[in-house]
Design a binder for this molecule. Sequence first.
Ligand code: IMP
Length: 172
Amino acid sequence: MKIMFMPDALATRVAELAQTIEADYREKDLLLIGILKGAVIFLADLIRHLSLPVEVDFMAVASYGAATKSSGVVRILKDLEVPLAGRHVLVVEDIVDTGLTLRYLLDLLWAREPASVRTCVLLDKRERRLVPVPVDYCGFVIPDVFVVGYGLDYAEKYRQLPYVAVLDGEEG
Ligand code: IMP
């Protein structure tokens, strides 16, 4: 596997994102929503840089390769535990590809009448986008390659790698 982002590059960027988020949400009561399972490591690193009084909740949605993927209809495997009405919500996602997952999630979250919803995404495969989605905080824009590590999987494997790498056979 070819390494795309070494652990120190990830750590530096995550700290920068946290700094921006902290400045934007000062005086606000922030609820971070981690999208399982891919965002777990990113979220864990991100929140340790935040000195705001944040809350954390999780949602799990049907993963990459699900039959519903191309339709943009995402199956909710685990829903939130907290109501969103009036809350400032930040969705934390590992990667945006076609945008279908995030688009669906955002529509669903907005229907619960939060005060605001923004998105924080570690990796953005911008050139693959099929539907427009707002990415308010972006770690890195990457090309159209399949990446694993730092929470991202291939068939549930490789999530534990401390770096982001291009999966073998996925490049050039
Ligand atoms: P989208 O709905 O096409 O934007 O897909 C988003 C989801 O697809 C992410 O949350 C990931 O679970 C998965 N995904 C997309 N690209 C990759 C990749 O390169 N590696 C691992 N998972 C990916």
